[in-house]
Design a protein around this ligand. Structure first.
Ligand SMILES: [Zn+2]
Length: 86
C-alpha cells in the first residue's frame, strides 16, 4: 500500500511512458508486493491514466473516454480509430 505522496511520485514516473506498473514500482523501490489492478485505479486519483489502445500513460484530462474501447484513449489513438476527440 503506497502513501498518497508515493502514488503521486509513481504517477509522475509513469506519465509519458508505457511502463508496467510493477516495473515502475520496482524502479522507485516502493516494494515488490504490489496489486497492479488496485494501483491502476489509485493512479486515477493522481491524474494518471493508461490509454487502453496504445498502453501509454497520460494525464486523465488528456484522454477521451470511449465506450466502444472500454476506457480512455489518447489523442493519437482517437485519430487512428476515427474517434472524435473533444
Ligand atoms: Zn493511445
Amino acid at each position: 500500500m503506497l502513501t498518497r505522496e508515493q502514488l503521486a511520485q509513481l504517477g509522475e514516473h509513469l506519465r509519458g511512458t508505457c511502463k508496467q506498473i510493477g516495473a515502475a514500482v520496482e524502479e522507485l523501490e516502493m516494494g515488490d508486493d504490489v496489486d497492479e489492478t488496485r494501483l491502476e485505479a489509485d493512479l486515477l486519483e493522481v491524474d494518471t491514466e493508461l490509454c487502453v489502445q496504445c498502453g501509454w500513460w497520460h494525464e486523465v484530462s488528456e484522454l477521451q473516454y470511449s465506450e466502444q474501447e472500454g476506457g480512455g484513449l489518447c489523442e493519437q489513438c482517437c485519430d487512428e480509430l476515427g474517434v472524435e476527440f473533444q
